[in-house]
Design a protein around this ligand. Structure first.
Ligand code: NAP
Ligand code: GDP
Length: 326
């Protein structure tokens, strides 16, 4: 037995339950776990088929079945700016119900760590840049994200209240805009990257112009789901602070929607006309975050260049079109 293996066996056992394990981030995490799982770790991925987390009795039953020591909470109703506007109340209520149940059960079974997922789009709209983690409650969110934002902000409130009153070690990570294989590719409801990938596929096949919504001016920091999965894995093992942490590409990697469209069009080999429909909302203009805190912990972490990540996502979409969530 090598010294390395002996040390790993001595390490505390971790039984890690991942809610939302069938979603885009869950899918990426499953892939990363296959490559980087440690011997002292057992990983369990659950979806809504295993338990409807809106229901307390189902939530309690699935957690009591596995009795995890650690939980990564990804389950949520998620969508792009247009879905968020259309379903603002359902998104608020459903996500709050899921979160309340998961938090209560994590306290009951005394998990050693819970890592939840916020989002940079829940930060105040009128703010100074770059945004830092502590600015979460410094003003109202952009109106397009109202319901989603308050469900996510209350996760931060629960982390702090559970920690302060009951000593529960609950933390949150805050990814920027995520994209990758197994995303939701709906034209109407998806985020911009999967939505446009699907649109470009259709426009290519019927030879029509690509209509991009909004002016193309907004700026975003896009993170590839496999990079995020590696960072979430790091967080469940290493990150313990009460204050949240941004998981994002650096500020200089922020790009405009117009630049993004150019990359998608080139990578898909689309030669048709591209039109910007400025009657549609731009949503938030930008939400540039500082990666200073992340870089203090992980100065050498290398992110996948966006062109490479888009290429991999398009390839996944082409190969899995029949099973993709559209
Ligand atoms: P996703 O692909 O839409 O997956 C959502 C997951 O939640 C699925 O596994 C789904 O299970 C599960 N779920 C939904 N309702 C449920 C319920 N009632 N009971 C049990 N499970 C339920 O989402 P994602 O993009 O991977 O997002 C993961 C996390 O990252 C979310 O918390 C999201 O808010 C956050 N986030 C996402 C982005 C982004 O750009 N996508 C950005 C920042 C933060 P089924 O497959 O069975 O439906
Ligand atoms: P956001 O980052 O929370 O605003 O969510 P999205 O990913 O849905 O949108 C990002 C930006 O892309 C917004 O400025 C949208 O107007 C723009 N956009 C352009 N075309 C599309 C599209 O086909 N779908 C979506 N969802 N957004 C688009």
């Amino acid at each position: 037995m090598t010294l390395h293996t002996a040390a790993a066996i001595m390490e505390e056992k971790m039984k890690i339950l991942v809610t939302g394990g069938s979603g885009m981030v869950g899918y990426a995490l499953q892939k990363v776990v296959k490559e980087k799982k440690r011997p002292n770790e057992e990983w369990i991925f659950i979806s809504s088929k295993d338990a409807d987390l809106r229901e307390m009795h189902e939530t309690r039953a699935i957690f009591e079945k596995y009795m995890p020591t650690h939980v990564i909470h990804l389950a949520a109703i998620v969508g792009g700016v247009f879905k968020n506007m259309k379903h603002t109340c359902d998104i608020l209520l459903t996500n709050q119900r899921i979160n309340l149940n998961v938090y209560q059960v994590c306290k009951e079974i005394k998990v050693k760590k819970l890592v939840s997922c916020l989002s940079t789009c829940v930060f105040p709209d009128k703010i100074t840049y770059p945004i830092t983690e502590s600015m979460l409650h410094d003003g109202p969110p952009h109106p397009s994200n109202f319901g989603y934002s308050f469900a996510k902000r209350s996760i931060d409130a629960m982390n702090k209240c559970y920690r302060r009153q009951y000593g529960c070690p609950f933390v949150s990570v805050i990814p920027t805009s995520i994209y990758g294989p197994n995303d939701i590719f709906s034209v109407e409801d998806a985020h911009v990257i999967p939505g446009l990938i699907n649109k470009v596929r259709m426009c290519k096949s019927v030879n029509t112009p690509l209509v991009v919504w909004g002016t193309g001016k907004p700026l975003r920091q896009f993170i590839f789901s496999y990079d995020l999965a590696k960072l979430v894995m790091w967080a469940i093992r290493e990150y313990d602070e009460e204050e949240n942490i941004f998981l994002s590409v650096d500020e200089e990697d922020e790009i405009s929607i117009r630049e993004l469209v150019q990359i998608i069009v080139e990578e898909y080999g689309f030669k048709g006309e591209v039109v910007f429909d400025d009657t549609k909302t731009d949503g938030q203009y930008k939400k540039t975050v500082s990666t200073a805190k992340l870089r203090k912990y992980l100065p050498d972490f290398k992110f996948t260049p966006i062109r490479e990540g888009i290429r991999e996502t398009i390839q996944w979409f082409e190969e899995n079109y029949d099973i993709a969530r559209i």
